[in-house]
Ligand binder design. Sequence first.
Ligand code: MG
Length: 256
Amino acid sequence: MIEILSSTELPRARQAGALVAGILQTLKGRCRVGVNLLDIDRWAQDLIAEAGALSCYVDYEPPFGRGPFGHYICTSVNDAVLHGLPHDYPLADGDLLSLDLAVSYGGIVADSAISFLVGERQPAGSLALIEATERALSAGIAAARPGARIGDISAAIGSVLDAAGYSVNTEFGGHGVGSTMHQDPHVPNTGRPGRGYRLRPGLLLALEPWVMADTAELVTDADGWTLRSATGCRTAHSEHTVAITDDGAEILTVPG
Ligand code: MG
């Protein structure tokens, strides 16, 4: 199902987006060496509750996970890239941490992910991975406008990742957002321009390029949720929720 927001719903989507972005920045500020992934999860739970929002994750039970998820945020460290189930792990200097958060506020969902290094160490290639996902995300957003097609976004994202030397996995990608978190249309992180659903004002999309340094193959962790690179290499993930407007795309997941 594809939902199109009305003009009266867009302000609520902006509020949801600002909330998600604010929580992610707060959590990033607390992610020092020694902080446990379970601390981050508890902080996320508290911040979501304080904001009067609802977690999209805690009871989520999709076909691709061993559900229900049971936590409030995805914490993916180093070789973990998507759906990282928070567990008892204290962050170490140089860890590459991805936080992925979706909440519902006023009946509208916003979904965003950030990747960053913890502490002082900058292990080789880690910043390049993060920057590639951020540039790919920017390219995808720039390609999102009314009349363009999903394939235009996919091609824009994929061309940045390809030029940066990463092979792209298409098992998981971006998605429509609205009253629920995962909706149509699917937005693969590579594709051909001019193909797929034609974008319309009022459509919300979560665009989310993610990469693994030297492979496109995922493996599922024994926890049934966390997806890791098959080679153990480092990974990164960047995501924004955007609204298609009359003349382009507005990024909703920016701090208010
Ligand atoms: Mg997300």
